[in-house]
Design a protein around this ligand. Structure first.
Ligand code: CDP
Length: 796
């Protein structure tokens, strides 16, 4: 009890410690890539293709070269002479850096100009004359596999069609048998539309090659600096130790800043050629049309059901539209990421998933936008399918879920797709959510409202997400195994610095990693500095995405603290003049077992490490830990939304939203709540207002903030958060599970389910996101499903 109170006081585990990074962020004192100015720095702008698919007949850059202030014009042909026209992607495909033969999506990078300032560079881009020969355009998987479809990737020798992969997992024959025994088969088809992470800060880099030292320093907006260093070493053929990647403050990543983009490569080459620093800062339009697209997947599934509601099996087919290059940044050996985590929380005996990936004339997609590699699509489909199945059976939504959940006593549970879930209390989370929202009462109100022509709806969504890639046995990026790291140095006065291989983008690592050190060592959190993002100083790590930081880097922080504690124990024994076995630990202090009043603090041990160590002991108090998690962590959540839909306009309003998240032990409950609120806000935006698609010519429609709306506090509903259910992760050193993405993953289905629940009885089974008022109105008025699938024709 005393220890727990002390721990909260010093900012340890469970303390609602205010975010230390906010001291600089809310004062406008953050240091973002665009804030950095180096002596002699030049500026780079990119010329992008206006067409989605066209052969390049010629590029004439002579006028651009003549503009005063222009230092370099890079084209694909020039890149090709250095073997840099194409680069490898993280999914073992290739991606054009600057187009040579064809352009394959609107917004593709065609040329770059490096000039004294960005305005000259932009003007010079416009002076480049590119002659295109338009080609037929493909904007969805159906067109991609149609007979006679133009082959988009004719640059690849053996690529005779537009199919990237045909992949399957699960037990096809067993699933067929389950369907043979079903009383009812429920079916649902939907499209999870493209979406864009759209961080406030766009992508950018400043490459600074110093000929005198032969060292390349790149400041850039990357969520994974060490991976970029490895990629630059391979692409630029520079020795890895002469490359330093620095990720300064990042204005939001959400997956957008994981891949390698052509802008990074061109700024590096330009700096090497010009021997001056070259800055590239993407503008908003460039960001929205060319980098970081996510989702875009067609899902078609069936559920075999027993009359009493038991799920007997699930069959899923999906078509994923990857755009022009297969550049998903995902570390699994599974072609479609972790899509087969679908239905993991449900006790389903058998399942099968067939996935096909195709090219299209769209910007590369497949970024894990606040998501563990297609888990968002998986959970969305799961919860939409579960609602449809319950409705088909005439069963209550909540009862259907309760009946089919994996029960507490059944952990560890192996899913039919092979994942191992280690812990959870799914039924309890659901009960907390149902009570909070007043489920039975709402159902009564709903009946009464319906009798008066009002449409009320309630939507439930649950999610369990595999967070924390690796382990290294199963997950790697280009062969580099997934693990993470922490390096802790305790200075002689007991202050400390911890560095990790992760790279936060606003999640609060500077606050929470210090809390873990505090929990393990009793050093007040305010005495611990956290540093990430510099490959010259941080230990090698795989970066931050997929909510992997706490499960992996956070675990490494705990483990390195324990190594420090082990050495401090030896120092304490020396100071107390007893044997190590006689030394006990309590938070922040070692004491003699037989005489508890005789003790030394961790700070005294730190001083001894530099001034009074025992003979033969290596001086200093620092260490490094690499952590390879034994399994993913599996947080669980229940999100319940109530809405009222206006049948005259299709506008829907959220009445109430309840979120019950079980992410195991919460390091900082306030930060966790912030993560959940942020995720729910994004979920609401995806479900309600974010529209970005492509017309038949491949023009990106909605690539502006008039159509692709970022919700402000004005539109965003209030959320009621619950933290009563805590199931510690059995294999994480402090019992924590990831949380960053959960609400964005599980949230969208709750909103869509609520609107469809309001429309129950009209025969409407599906409206694709975003549930814009006109779509909802059309569904109500014509009593039909609304597919949001592209193409939107130019004359619509
Ligand atoms: O990888 P990323 O940082 O995006 O996601 P995360 O590991 O889920 O962590 C998001 C933020 O919530 C970090 O500041 C974590 O330390 C914090 N967190 C926490 O306080 N307790 C947890 N159980 C999980 C995360």
């Amino acid at each position: 009890m005393t220890q727990a109170l002390d721990e909260i006081k010093i900012g340890g585990l469970g303390a609602r410690r205010k975010r230390v990074e906010d001291h600089r962020f809310i004062r406008g004192k953050g240091n973002y890539t665009d804030d950095i100015t180096l002596p002699g720095m030049l500026h780079m702008e990119i010329l992008r293709s206006p067409l989605a698919h066209a052969r390049i007949k010629s590029i004439d850059a002579s006028k651009a070269w003549e503009i005063p202030g222009v230092h370099l014009v890079l084209t694909g042909d020039m890149m090709a002479t250095r073997n840099l026209a194409w680069m490898p992607t993280l999914s073992y495909d290739t991606q054009a850096v600057l187009a040579t033969d064809k352009v394959r999506f609107q917004g593709q990078e065609v040329a770059c100009v490096i000039a004294d300032d960005p305005y000259i560079a932009k003007d010079a881009c416009e002076a480049i004359d590119v002659e295109y020969e338009p080609l037929p355009v493909i904007v969805n998987p159906k067109q991609a596999v149609a007979p006679g479809a133009p082959v988009i990737r004719d640059d690849k020798e053996n690529q005779l069609d537009n199919v990237i992969y045909d992949w399957e997992v699960g037990d096809a024959a067993g699933t067929d048998r389950a369907f043979g025994q079903a009383d009812t088969i429920s079916r649902l088809q939907l499209h999870y539309p493209r979406s864009h992470p759209s961080p406030i800060e766009c992508c950018g880099s400043i490459a600074d090659f110093n000929r005198a030292t032969e060292k390349l320093t790149v400041y850039m907006t990357t969520q994974a600096p060490h991976i970029i260093r490895a990629a630059v070493a391979l692409v630029a053929e520079l020795p890895e130790h002469m490359i330093r990647i620095i990720s300064p403050d990042i204005g939001g990543g959400f997956g957008n800043k994981v891949p390698v983009y052509p802008g990074y490569v061109c700024s590096i080459l330009a700096s090497i050629l010009l021997e001056r620093p070259v800055k590239w800062i993407e503008d908003k339009s460039g960001n929205l049309i060319s980098t970081g697209f996510a989702r875009d997947i067609y899902l078609d599934g069936e559920m075999a059901l027993r009359r009493d509601g038991k799920i007997l099996g699930v069959r899923m087919r999906c078509d994923a539209d990857h755009g022009a290059f297969f550049s998903d940044a995902q570390p699994s050996k599974f072609k479609i990421g972790l899509l087969h985590s679908a239905f993991a929380a449900y006790d389903i005996p058998v399942a099968h998933l067939a996935a096909r990936g195709t090219y299209s004339n769209k910007a590369p997609g497949g970024v894990a936008y606040r998501c563990s590699f297609r888990v968002t699509e998986a959970m969305f489909f799961q919860e939409r399918m579960v609602q449809a199945a319950a409705d088909d059976l005439g069963m209550d939504q909540a009862a259907f879920r309760r009946m089919n959940f994996v029960r507490d006593e059944d952990f560890p549970h192996r899913t039919p797709f092979g994942f191992l879930l280690d812990s959870g209390q799914y039924g309890k989370c659901l009960e907390v959510g149902l009570n909070a929202v007043g489920y039975q009462d709402f159902r009564r109100q709903q009946q009464e409202a319906r009798a008066n022509g009002r449409l009320l709806g309630i939507g439930i969504s649950t999610m369990t997400e595999p967070l924390g890639a690796g382990n290294s046995r199963e997950y790697d990026i280009l062969g580099i195994k997934m693990f993470d790291s922490a390096d802790l140095k305790v200075h002689m006065t007991g202050k400390a610095i911890v560095r990790t291989g992760a790279r936060g983008q606003g999640q609060g690592h500077e606050t929470t990693w210090a809390q873990i050190v505090s929990h393990e060592l009793g050093i007040p959190a305010e005495d611990v500095t956290v540093e990430e993002g510099d490959t010259d100083t941080a230990p090698f790590g795989m970066g931050t995405y997929a909510s992997r930081s706490t499960p992996v880097a956070g675990a490494a922080v705990a483990m390195v603290s324990r190594k420090i504690r082990a050495k401090a124990r030896r120092l304490a024994a020396h100071l107390l003049e007893v044997s190590e076995e006689d030394v006990e630990w309590e938070l922040g202090r070692f004491y003699v077992r037989s005489a508890p009043e005789r003790g030394v603090t961790i700070q005294e041990c730190a001083m001894a490490a530099y001034s009074n160590m025992p003979d033969g002991m290596e001086p200093g108090l620092e260490n490094t830990a690499y952590y390879d998690p034994p399994n993913l962590t599996w947080p669980f959540a229940v999100y319940i939304v109530t809405v009222e839909v206006d049948p005259q306009t299709g506008v829907w309003d959220v009445l109430n939203m309840v979120a019950v998240d079980d992410c195991g032990i919460r390091i900082n409950p306030m930060i966790v709540e912030g993560q959940i609120m942020g995720g729910l806000t994004e979920a609401y935006a995806m479900a309600n207002m974010q529209f970005i698609t492509f017309d038949a010519e491949g023009n990106c429609v909605g690539s502006n903030y008039m159509d692709y709306l970022l919700p402000s506090a004005w539109e965003t509903p209030g959320f009621e958060l619950h933290s009563e259910v805590v199931t510690p992760c059995p294999h994480h050193p402090i019992g924590a599970k990831g949380i960053g993405e959960c609400a964005a993953v599980g949230g969208p289905a709750a909103f869509v389910n609520a609107v469809l629940d309001a429309l129950k009885g009209t025969g409407v089974r599906n409206i694709d996101m975003p549930l814009l008022p006109d779509r909802v109105w059309e569904a109500i008025t014509y009593r039909r499903d609304i597919s949001g699938e592209p193409p939107v024709h130019a004359d619509d």
